[in-house]
Ligand binder design. Structure first.
Ligand code: MGD
Ligand code: MGD
Ligand code: SF4
Ligand code: MO
Length: 687
């Protein structure tokens, strides 16, 4: 028998908004992707993929893929569409955009995108079109910028430790990060450190799967960690556990900080954060005595009204104990800023195409407000959404829904699936998956930039984000050549220091990082003073306190008392399912059903108080919305804290709402983020 197989292997990199950016290899036979596996040669992920992406081929070939442009024929939200041609779709979009520009100017058009595909061209190239158009600009701060903004006010930079350096640590504090779920390929590094004797502490308001694997789990009330950190500082200073020499040479404002935290006794902090004073003492003592000591954090803790202050304060801790001196000591967060140094942002985004204009900025977390505020001038009358599903992921989602339902809003959604958001579109356009386009993926959880080679032809009439924006530019009659660069030209321009052909051949390249693993070995920090700023004048000029300061979130039990009396429970809406990546998988048959269905979790004490038992149906409500769900009784939450796992779509919820229907869209103290996790609710049984 002759072997007629034409199978070949194509290497790629996962595009998801996930710190791991795993390398994969796709077997393609006769133009069809038949198998997708982890690339064993990938230096970070080493051949493993997560349970979401091992089934990625099912996503690519799902019968529910959007394969052609479609025009809405039903009511907004109903989900009835008819197929149209690309030419008709583009002509209609161009006409509606021109009409919006003629009536209210280009700022009445709002581009809305997130990191549904975090590849470099996919995420960056569209800016060229929007800059040229002069559209409203989007503050993209749903995820991450608040962490960087907080750390920067202490260290002068958002750069921090490569998390793989944790292999050298003796103490690892996982502070507000659920490593085993959200950053699973870092876990082997932590296990190796633990095997070599490191202690692993998890600090989280939820007893997560990561907490289950830790040596010690500490469970503060959400949004109160700054009080815990101030009390740790109190103990470190009181007990002489700071590194006096390092502090004297490399920090600013120690004496004032010492005065300031004198009143933050463990007892006082315990009353605020709910962690027993003895545990705070023990944590501070561990942190002041074990070397090297690393704190690992990611994104979860930024989603609070005082989110930037959390990270500004957290960044003070390594300085106090001189942790940056030791290999494996310091603070590990996203390493995206190291990768950013390789990317020429000007060449990628081409801000020069703005031609001196300075269009307004609107914050993506306030989409509901942007679409419904009658005072907004100019109003948003047209919108293009791509790489995002705002109706499920944006806080205060019912306000977003009201906005999307507006008859006078022209909405285009470029998607792989008919998401909750896409159902409100006037025009839906088909988007490719990562198997269908070539790009480069800059990671934020490790120091490897990955190549992604297109493995198969685009499904149906799907196009990538960059191709969509080239087509839009042509339809609008634009002629600037920068709007039509092909992907390889963009990649070469944006990576001037990289040999792109070599990257393409090898599949990944290491991002520059200090050889001895210590980002601040010399104790020099890029702040105004050149030191770690325990006291910050820059913060004062921003209207913030000079010293780390605990302020209870307005929407919290310690905040607005009248609100807390009506809605006494804190609602968290976490990432909790192994098979979900934000809202990207809950609708797929090999993902969603295996995670069950939406529920609200509460502890036994809160259930008993409301005479609830497992499986009862309740209304979870506040002034934003009411969400009807079955109850699950859990030991993972403290009294006073309830949780609705996030990621399910309207169709999966019994009443068509989503977790974010309830969440708070107040912006963070600085950094532009949003306070999802400072949400108060009440829970009542349904009679
Ligand atoms: N399986 C899976 N993996 C994912 C994702 C997913 O949806 N599913 N999403 C990806 C994305 S977009 C991101 S940004 C990363 C996020 O990665 P992480 O930041 O690790 O994850 P989160 O679950 O957002 O938050 C981490 C933890 O912060 C806790 N937290 C919330 N408030 C506080 C607080 O006030 N104090 C403390 N100490 N902890 C707090 C939450 O309870 C949660 O357990 O994960 C990525 N990986
Ligand atoms: N309550 C609550 N809300 C949250 C969070 C939380 O923990 N709790 N987490 C927040 C965080 S950290 C984040 S990052 C955001 C995530 O919010 P989003 O970035 O909106 O995340 P996804 O739900 O994954 O939606 C991405 C969409 O992009 C589509 N997509 C994928 N690739 C492409 C592509 O190449 N082109 C186009 N056009 N589309 C593509 C996918 O089909 C998917 O529908 O959610 C935030 N919202
Ligand atoms: S979603 Fe994250 S863990 Fe899963 S394959 Fe992609 S990068 Fe790896
Ligand atoms: Mo995120």
């Amino acid at each position: 028998m002759t072997d007629t197989s034409t199978a070949r292997t194509v290497h790629g990199t996962c595009h998801h908004d996930c710190p791991d950016s795993c390398g994969w290899q796709v077997t393609v036979d006769n133009g069809v992707a038949v198998q997708l596996r982890g690339n064993p040669d990938h230096p970070y992920s080493q051949g493993e993929l997560c349970p979401k992406v091992t089934k990625f081929i099912d996503r690519v070939y799902s019968p529910d893929r959007v394969l052609h442009p479609m025009r809405r024929v039903g009511a907004k939200g109903e989900g009835r569409f008819e197929r149209i041609s690309w030419d008709d779709a583009l002509a209609e979009i161009a006409a509606r955009f021109q009409q919006a520009i003629a009536t209210h100017g280009p700022e009445s058009i709002m581009p809305y995108s997130d990191a549904g595909n975090q590849s470099m061209v996919s995420i960056g190239f569209p800016s060229r079109f929007w800059n040229h158009l002069g559209a409203t600009r989007l503050v993209r701060a749903l995820c991450g910028p608040t962490v960087g903004a907080g750390v920067t006010m202490t260290n002068g930079t958002a750069k921090a430790l490569d998390p793989q350096e944790l292999q050298h640590s003796r103490l690892i504090i996982l502070w507000g990060t659920n490593t085993r779920l959200t950053n699973r390929h870092l876990w082997p590094t932590i296990e190796a450190a633990a095997a070599a004797g490191a202690q692993v502490v998890v600090i989280d308001p939820i007893r997560t799967v990561t907490a289950d694997s830790a040596d010690w789990f500490i469970q503060p009330l959400p949004g109160t960690d700054t009080a815990l950190m101030l009390a740790m500082m109190h103990v470190l200073i009181r007990d002489g556990l700071t590194d006096a020499d390092w502090v004297a040479m490399h920090t600013l404002g120690f004496a004032e900080l010492a005065d300031h935290v004198a009143e933050w006794t463990p007892e006082r902090a315990a009353a605020t954060c709910g962690v027993p004073a003895g545990d705070i003492e023990r944590l501070a003592t561990l942190y002041g005595t074990l070397r090297p000591a690393a704190i690992r954090t990611l994104i979860g803790a930024e989603h609070h009204e005082n989110g930037a202050m959390f990270f500004r304060t957290l960044a003070c801790l390594p300085a106090l104990v001189g942790a940056w001196q030791h290999r494996g000591g310091g603070l590990a967060r996203s390493v995206g800023v190291w990768a950013d140094e390789l990317i020429d942002g000007q060449a990628l985004h081409r801000p020069d195409l703005l031609a001196g204009r300075a269009p307004r900025w609107l914050n993506m977390s306030r989409l509901g407000e942007a679409l419904t505020d009658p005072a907004l001038d100019p109003p948003v009358t047209a919108m293009l959404v791509w790489s995002a599903n705002p109706l499920v992921v944006t806080p205060n989602a019912e306000l977003v829904r009201r906005g999307l339902a507006r008859d006078d809003l022209f909405t285009v959604v470029h998607e792989q699936f008919l998401t909750d958001t896409a159902r409100y579109a006037d025009i839906v356009l088909p988007a490719t998956t990562q198997l269908e386009s070539t790009d480069v993926v800059p990671a934020w959880g490790h120091l490897w930039l990955g190549w992604n080679e297109a493995a198969i032809a685009p499904a149906g009439e799907a196009v990538s984000n960059s191709e969509l924006h080239r087509r839009l530019a042509a339809a609008m009659g634009f002629t600037d050549p920068a709007l039509f660069d092909d992907d390889l030209t963009v990649i070469r321009a944006a990576l001037p220091e990289i040999d792109v052909d070599e990257l393409r051949a090898i599949g990944f390249v290491r991002v520059p990082y200090p050889d001895d693993g210590r980002p601040f070995a010399n104790g020099v920090f890029p702040t105004a003073s050149g030191k770690v700023e325990l006291r910050s004048e820059a913060l004062v000029s921003m209207g913030q306190p000079a010293l780390p300061t605990y302020v209870a979130p307005r929407e919290s039990p310690g905040g607005d008392a009248a609100l807390a009396a009506r809605f006494p429970l804190i609602l968290l809406t976490p990432k909790q399912h192994t098979r979900f990546l934000n809202s990207s998988y809950s609708h797929l048959p090999k993902h969603g059903p295996l995670e069950g269905a939406p529920y609200v979790e509460l502890c036994a004490a809160d259930a008993v108080e409301r005479e609830l038992v497992e499986g009862d149906c309740v209304d979870v409500f506040n002034d934003r919305a009411t969400v009807r769900l079955p109850v699950r009784i859990t030991t993972r939450l403290r009294p006073g804290v309830v949780a609705i796992p996030f990621g399910w779509w309207s169709a999966h919820h019994p009443d068509g709402r989503v977790a974010n229907s309830l969440t708070n869209d107040t912006l963070t103290d600085w950094g532009g983020g949003v306070a999802y996790s400072d949400t108060l609710v009440q829970v009542r049984p349904i009679n």
